[in-house]
Design a protein around this ligand. Sequence first.
Ligand SMILES: Cc1cc2nc3c(=O)[nH]c(=O)nc-3n(C[C@H](O)[C@H](O)[C@H](O)COP(=O)(O)OP(=O)(O)OC[C@H]3O[C@@H](n4cnc5c(N)ncnc54)[C@H](O)[C@@H]3O)c2cc1C
Length: 485
Amino acid sequence: MLKIYSRSEVAKHSSENDLWIIIDTHVYDMSRFIDMHPGGSFPILEVAGKDATDVFYGLHKQDVLLKYDRYKIGTIVNETPQVTFNEAGDLSKVPYAESSFWMGFKSPYFNERHTQFRIAVRKILDSMKTEARELEDSGERPPDAFVQKLGAVGLLAANIGPDAVKGIALPGGIKPEEYDYFYEMIVHEEFARWSCPGLNSGVLGGMTISVPTIINFAKPELKAKTLPLILSGKKRMALAISEPGAGSDVASIKTTAKISSDGSHYIVNGVKKWITTGCFADYFSTAVKTGGGISMLLIERTEGVETRHIKTSSGSSAGTAYVTFENVRVPIGNLLGVENHGFKVVLSNFNHERYIMLCGASMAARLVVEDCFKWANQRQVFGKRLIDQPVIRNKLAGMIAQVESMHNWLENLTYQMNHMDYKEQSIKLAGPLALCKYQITRMLHNVSDDACQIFGGRAITKTGMGRNVETLQRTYKFTVRVLTF
Ligand SMILES: Cc1cc2nc3c(=O)[nH]c(=O)nc-3n(C[C@H](O)[C@H](O)[C@H](O)COP(=O)(O)OP(=O)(O)OC[C@H]3O[C@@H](n4cnc5c(N)ncnc54)[C@H](O)[C@@H]3O)c2cc1C
């Protein structure tokens, strides 16, 4: 039960064993916390019995207050807090923290249904954010319950696009027939707000880039057998194209598939490298050589399939794998598309893959801009807030301009995807998507660089205020890699 205190009453509790402080009109009893404070007891003793609002916000994120809410004992009489707390699902009030439509501007693309959807998705993902961040930090395999929770609310299929959500209940009461690429864009952006690139790769990465090969190229029986399992999270899937000797140059892969003497199976031998989600995958959509060219096969994890973890800059929960296939028997019916014409499957798949990365990258940068805005307003140096320095405002303006430009291009590309069938997209959008990906990587580089200047030491500190900035500067180069395909 919270009580009402005067400031003079709080001032009486200023010793190490009886230590109260005020943060934004709320009174906290820190006596039991002082020995647990990650920054040591000294900074708290300095503000014992006093108003610690400026000192607190100069060093911490607001989330810290939510975490330690149990130490709150009351409020100051006749005073109103200045800082408001975001509830799960709330849109941010920080300038440019949301894209244009959600900052109150008109849009030819979005309407209130999209807002309904975004808020519903954000509520779900906000409620899973703490667990997501723990998994990211520990590098664990994303647990079945976690993945299946997303599957149950339609948020696995929603990552793959309009063709994947048929018959699936979606957040916010959105009907599958309404679901277009603008809804999909929202989904990628909302997942990016976790700022857990490793976990996102492990849960969604492999699946989102590989499932389209089933949707667009598998025989009906194979589709019916595998899709419901994957989209509900009961089985996991990866795309296995790259090899140690063949990355950009896909045509030079060496993995072979030879037809068995009874004609019922392909026998696959070879290795694949950097396969996202590979460590956890039950299915691998795999590029193989079949004599007359490249073919794509859906390979189940079975005898002869081995995966080993490869450590990369993002967390281990990405499950990035070195995969070996040794005399693996794959039923003939698992061929995706036409034998020796698998290159078409590979190339057409890359467009959507690029698109997913673009949406995630755009939001990752926006999130960092939001953090920079907050930090520049909170942090006092040489007696002034950072934002009072013209050079900092100049950096923020440059970052915002770049994020907004890229986002606008992305909205245009999303519109094109909405008005082209899969074949037309495959023909027309490879160039623009690749160029947009090139430019967005430049934008990430610049935003990350400026954010590091604004955040100082915290930009390379994994916990605390700079978490999102540290994550971006460590991982933004991931957006580059698929361009080389
Ligand atoms: C974290 C991570 C996850 C990945 N996930 C997957 C996955 O799930 N599935 C999968 O199949 N693969 C995956 N990959 C592999 C990725 O697609 C390859 O790394 C990429 O295709 C580049 O291949 P490479 O690394 O062998 O570079 P290379 O092909 O050796 O290229 C090296 C450099 O040369 C440049 N280059 C290439 N060709 C030319 C040219 N003609 N002219 C000028 N420059 C050129 C490239 O841009 C690149 O910068 C992943 C990689 C990473 C790092």
